[in-house]
Ligand binder design. Structure first.
Ligand code: ASP
Length: 308
């Protein structure tokens, strides 16, 4: 792979949905912190793969977001986490789904990629693997927040509630990161607690390669967020990566979101970096929390990046 850029790039998101005003400050601070803590490492020469894992870990540890600590509860009041990490050099990826009691599913996903001959581990198999790989298993309450418990109680017995409603009407803040390193390599990671009141065992777009994330040095890398059942149908991240070949970066992101809306009435957002190192983003939800590194370090964070 030819070196394409000596200036590394990093862009992260903290979910695309109707983020209530009361949560804006925490979302902005969270995505900004992920870039501020990670970008200096990219400047120092760390790999894109290390950078996306680091940035997503910052976001998983932040209870503001629907990933790691702070995740939505499923229909029986439990946290089940999905995550993926992908290496644009090799198209290698690792993913976990319906994983319980682990704070950093993205790191387990990386171990799946690097230590096994598989791509995706689910449920108790993923948890067993995490234990064997030395991850600390936390008591379930450790990943649970008062905010999510209260929301669970509010929607638990509401017959009108649908798991995709938060993307339009109320509280989905999956997290994701895309990086380009000094060697011109791209990587992506996405991590989520999924959707509120999902059925136990439900797996969303996040750990499905091409849906929640895709990275290919020849095209670009993309992380998606939003209503997973719709995102999966159009393999949103791969769709945007493919569009990078013919469109400029922002137009490719918008094309992906237009396809999501037109073909499957989907709701969500994407962030990405094309092979030339140009940032891309688009969303059709009211808000999307995101931040990226400008030039050699300034951080641009926003909650409504498409606002004109
Ligand atoms: N895409 C995630 C899912 O459906 C949710 C989100 O992005 O907030 O599992």
């Amino acid at each position: 792979m030819q070196k394409k850029s000596l200036i590394p790039r990093l862009i992260v998101h903290g979910g695309a949905w109707n983020i209530p005003a009361a949560y804006h400050a925490a979302h902005l601070a969270g995505v900004r912190a992920a870039v501020e803590q990670t970008y200096p490492q990219l400047l120092d020469g760390c790999s894109a793969l290390d950078a996306v894992e680091t940035a997503v870990k910052v976001l998983e540890a932040d209870p503001t977001f629907d990933a790691g600590r702070g995740a939505f509860l499923n229909a029986i009041g439990e946290v089940e986490l999905d995550a993926i990490i992908m290496d644009g050099r090799t198209l290698g990826f690792g993913a976990v789904a319906a994983l319980q009691n682990i704070l950093h599913p993205v790191s387990v996903a990386r171990q799946v990629m690097e230590q096994t001959e598989h791509n995706l581990l689910v449920g108790t198999g993923a948890l067993d693997f995490a234990r064997r790989a030395g991850f600390t298993e936390l008591p379930p309450e450790d990943l649970l927040t008062e905010r999510e418990l209260a929301f669970f109680r509010q929607v638990q017995n509401d017959p009108a509630f649908r798991t995709h409603h938060p993307f339009r009407d109320g509280p989905g803040d999956t997290v994701g990161a895309v990086a380009l390193d000094r060697d011109g390599n791209l990587a992506v990671a996405t991590s989520t607690g999924g959707t509120a009141r999902k059925l136990p065992g439900r797996v969303g777009d996040c750990p499905i390669v091409g849906a929640g994330a895709y990275a290919d040095n020849e095209r670009g890398a993309v992380s998606a967020t939003g209503w997973g059942e719709s995102i999966m149908k159009v393999l949103l991240s791969k769709t945007v990566c493919d569009a990078f070949a013919a469109e400029d970066a922002m137009a490719a992101a918008q094309q992906g979101i237009d396809i999501l809306a037109r073909k499957v009435k989907g709701l969500g957002g994407v962030i990405g970096i094309n092979a030339e190192g140009e940032y891309a983003w688009a969303h059709n939800t009211p808000y999307m929390a995101m931040a990226y590194a400008e030039g050699e370090g300034a951080v641009n964070a926003s909650i409504r990046p498409d606002a004109k």
